[in-house]
Design a protein around this ligand. Structure first.
Ligand code: G16
Length: 542
């Protein structure tokens, strides 16, 4: 079958953000929009004759996009394509399939935690042969190609059947519709002590997992309910829906409020967790406690030897710059390396590939290990279950014991969403201009040790990423960080990250907003958030 050559002209807005190209669905529905980006992938990556993995989080437009990409893949000479049944593959499961089956890469269709449906968002990203998000060099090449594209290749074929596990040929390409869960479930069984978790769940431990009508439902049902014996119904909202049931598939205190309520009070559940649209984020809750993602990373690192692959310890850890420094304290105690990278999972890739780190995480509800090259929501949930199965302690006790031993990094993130873009950029520019004068001055009763715009040199390949967020570091370990989000689709999102350190084990536990009140006020004073944005308060506080 001869490929059809379709003439096209470039769009000027196809620059991938923190995690691929993310736009409103209606942007993707413009003629040629998806095709241009997909052809830019085929034009810059060596995929002819290779095997590709393809799937998405099941959101609105997922199925149509899969049909389009399959035709284009066949027309561009891809030899074989592995597609998740029903078009479903979580982001970490895609990474797992790419790695286990040694494919040349994969295409993931998702806008992660952003809402779905005709008025929601859609997204696409390319993962390379290591299973991880394409590094800057690759996304840069794809973007550059999208600026000069003048045609794409496709086939004139009817839609293929995605809902049945089967194999067929499309043009000259072999298509295999695969079980989206099987490879991933096997990998999980090798990472954790399933026997111990089964015993925990059989002993009256009460838990819930909220899949938020997003992609993790089928994974959580198979692993938690069928393999580990959690009672049916443990997985809530387990049916993936195109619009996520109208919800915001973002596992945080604001968007998973119902789940949080189940953990409150003396009758609260022992444990609850949630994952996001594409299954890479996680939220961990115990009775009357929310474990911040930063603390979760630190606690998992401190207890790494309970996990079967890490009985002998871990080589190192990494966190994104805005993530709290709790894990740094654990690494220092364990005498292992700790890397600080820019926001974006792709920056962990080289460190993981080189075996320098075992665990890594981000404040944005991402936690993971070297088992795949994406953050992994269910991995984090299983890690906590494994830890609790060994420690046999309530979550709250375990977390408090950690704080008593290592100190507590009070932490919070304040998001100002859909702010006028020019205003947000002006705020950052004003602040940047004043950075050189800040070191040594006092703010919020503390002395500023260093003020800079974070830049990172990758220790493996020497690549440099600049302007990754403004850091105000204080002598007592506190920090204020300002950053513009790279995943929003409307205006700009300003993120303000706040952190202070309490090392007195006898100090009263405070509400983080209270503990950070001085820093919160200081951040506004310093950056003029209200003045620049016209906003009196953040939209989301986590
Ligand atoms: C993506 C990246 C994460 C990153 C997050 C930051 O998450 O994969 O590594 O931490 O974006 O988002 P922002 O730039 O808005 O702060 P996801 O889950 O959206 O793919």
């Amino acid at each position: 079958m001869q490929p059809i050559r379709v003439q096209t002209t470039p769009f000027d807005d196809q620059k991938p953000g923190t995690s691929g190209l993310r736009k409103q669905v209606r942007v993707f529905q413009q003629p040629h929009y998806l095709e241009n980006f997909v052809q830019s992938i085929f034009d810059t990556q060596a995929l002819a004759g290779a095997t590709l993995v393809l799937g998405g989080d099941g959101r609105y437009h997922n199925r149509q996009a899969i049909q389009t990409i399959l035709r284009m893949a066949a027309a561009n000479g891809v030899a074989r394509c592995l597609v998740g049944q029903g078009g479903i593959l979580s982001t970490p499961a895609t990474s797992c399939v790419i790695r286990r089956r040694r494919t040349a890469g994969g295409i993931i269709l998702s806008a992660s935690h952003n809402p779905g449906g005709p008025d929601g968002d859609f997204g696409i990203k390319f993962n390379t042969a290591n299973g991880g998000p394409a590094p800057e060099g690759v996304t840069g090449a794809i973007y550059a190609r999208s600026r000069e594209i003048d045609h794409y290749l496709t086939l004139d074929t009817p839609d293929v059947e995605l809902d049945r596990i089967h194999q067929f040929t499309l043009g000259g390409m072999r298509v295999e519709i695969i079980d989206p869960v099987a490879d991933y479930a096997e990998l999980m069984a090798a990472q954790f002590d399933f026997e111990a978790i089964r015993a925990l769940l059989a002993g009256g431990f009460r838990m819930a997992f909220d899949a938020m009508h997003a992609v993790t439902g089928p994974y959580a049902r198979r692993i938690l309910e069928q393999q580990l014996g959690a009672p049916e119904g443990t997985v809530r909202n387990g049916e993936p829906l195109e619009d996520f049931g109208g919800g915001h598939p973002d596992p945080n205190l604001a968007h998973a409020a119902e789940l949080v309520a189940l953990t409150r009070g003396p009758e609260g559940l022992d444990f609850a967790a949630a994952s996001d649209g594409d299954g890479d984020r996680n939220m961990i809750l115990g009775r009357d406690i929310f474990v911040t993602p930063s603390d979760s990373l630190a606690i998992l690192a401190a207890n790494a030897t309970v996990f079967p692959p890490w009985r002998e310890g871990i080589p190192g850890v990494a966190r994104s710059m805005p993530t709290s420094q709790a894990v740094d304290r654990v690494a220092a105690r364990l005498g292992i390396a700790c890397y600080e990278t820019p926001t974006g999972w792709k920056f962990f890739g080289n460190l993981l590939d080189a075996g320098r780190i075992a665990f890594c995480g981000e404040e944005s509800f991402g936690t993971g290990s070297s088992h795949v090259r994406e953050k992994d929501g269910l991995w984090a949930v299983l890690a906590w279950l494994n830890l609790l199965a060994v420690r046999r302690q309530p979550v709250r006790e375990l977390v408090r014991a950690h704080w008593a031993e290592y100190g507590r990094n009070y932490y919070s993130r304040h998001d100002y969403e859909a702010v006028d873009k020019a205003a947000a950029e002006a705020l950052m520019a004003d602040l940047r201009a004043r950075l050189p004068d800040l070191a040594g001055t006092r703010l919020a009763g503390r002395v500023i040790r260093l003020a800079d715009d974070f830049s990172y040199t990758d220790p493996i390949d020497g690549s440099v990423a600049e302007r990754q967020g403004i850091r105000i570091l204080f002598e007592d370990g506190a920090r204020i960080v300002f950053r513009l989000s790279g995943t929003g689709t409307v205006g700009a999102t300003l993120r303000l990250y706040l952190e202070s350190l309490e090392t007195d084990p006898t100090a009263q536990c405070q509400d983080p907003q209270q503990a950070l009140a001085e820093l919160i006020a200081a951040a506004d004073e310093l950056a003029g958030i209200r003045r620049h944005t016209g906003r009196e308060r953040p939209d989301v506080i986590t």
